[in-house]
Design a protein around this ligand. Structure first.
Ligand code: HEM
Length: 311
């Protein structure tokens, strides 16, 4: 399984997790086609991936969502996933979202939520592969958490993530800084602004390049070097923006951090791997990913806590 499939599965769980298994599987397939299509060259004429995605895969995904919504309306009980929240949402006049609005929101979240998280996971694995000592230290952090559990079935708790993973949290922060998964975002100038002698007139579109700030040596010493220790000191305001900033800051940032930390916990504890493809370079697909997707061969790892006889 690729991290893209894994991240889509996770996104499926929080967006339509309460849906029946068959519908979720079918929706996953339709979304895979849709995402592949909309990430291709945007030429909307018959025969292109883009056209097929918008015509067939989107239609199929919306029909499946409609099915799930109809069942839920008959069941008349609350469902604790994002689709459930969207179905219950109403404005001050009691107006609910239309079916099209629900479909668009669900598909947007599935798209934005899985692609970025998968890229972040890939970069994190790559940086850990490049830094074996760091991998051992991160693993030791997770061994300590596991050793405190009294049985194999005791799951990871929020307090473990919040208080017991300082190194892993810094590794994720540094991964997101140096990888610049979303390189930039757009903003529209809503009133004339003068900055350092330049005029940005109202109505202009400007490109805010997170990567330019993240690689500025004024804010980050040796910015090209992966160094998770730098986050022992909080960065200056507005100098760390992997999730954007302001009114449109990423809605899924906390969820993404959680997903990355939980993945690191299980992956470093239970597996070891070797890179079997390109180890250098990167590409845009359309977000920033390691060149060739950084394929790895994975094997089970014998955990120290298990050999010690502890759960
Ligand atoms: C490591 C993973 C992620 C990264 C690096 C990332 C990055 C970003 C960035 C840079 C933006 C633009 C913010 C701006 O314009 O200032 C954004 C927007 C957004 N992200 Fe994420 N994201 C990630 C994961 C997620 C996840 C898991 C979800 C959904 C569950 C999500 C949902 C969204 C949404 C809905 C927006 C649009 C917000 C708006 O325009 O108001 N993202 N993200």
């Amino acid at each position: 399984m690729s991290v893209f499939q894994y991240a889509l599965k996770v996104a499926m769980e929080y967006v339509v997790g309460a849906a029946p298994h068959y519908e979720k599987e079918e929706l996953t397939k339709a979304c895979e086609h849709l995402i592949r299509g909309v990430s291709s060259i945007p030429v909307n004429i018959p025969g292109t991936h883009y056209h097929k995605a918008l015509k067939d895969s989107k239609k199929k995904a919306c029909a499946l969502l409609e099915n799930i919504v109809s069942w839920r309306q008959l069941e008349k009980r609350p469902h604790g996933d994002i689709l459930g929240i969207l179905m219950d949402t109403q404005d001050e006049d009691g107006c609910k979202l239309t079916p099209n609005e629900i479909h668009d929101n669900v598909l947007t979240l599935l798209y934005l939520g899985h692609d970025t998280a998968a890229a972040a996971l890939t970069w994190a694995v790559k940086y850990l592969t490049d830094n074996p000592k760091l991998l051992e230290d991160v693993t030791a952090e997770h061994e300590t958490i596991r050793q405190k559990k009294t049985s194999q079935d005791e799951t990871l708790m929020w307090s473990d993530i919040k208080d017991q993973m300082p190194l892993s949290i810094r590794v994720i922060k540094e991964t997101l800084r140096i990888a610049n998964i979303v390189e930039f975002c757009y903003r529209e100038v809503v009133e004339d602004v003068e900055y350092k002698g330049y005029l940005f007139p109202k109505g202009w579109r400007i490109l805010v390049a997170h990567s330019a700030v993240h690689s500025n040596s004024e804010y980050y010493t040796n910015p090209g070097e992966f160094n998770s220790s730098r986050f022992k000191i909080a960065p200056k305001p507005y100098t760390y923006t992997p999730f954007g900033n302001g009114a449109h800051v990423c809605l899924g940032r906390e969820l993404a951090n959680l997903e990355l930390l939980i993945f690191l916990h299980h992956f470093t504890l239970n597996y070891r791997w070797e890179s079997i493809g390109d180890t250098d370079g990167s590409e845009y697909a359309p977000i920033h990913v390691p060149k060739g997707g950084f394929p790895i061969a994975v094997r089970r790892r014998k955990s120290r806590s298990m050999t010690d006889g502890k759960g």
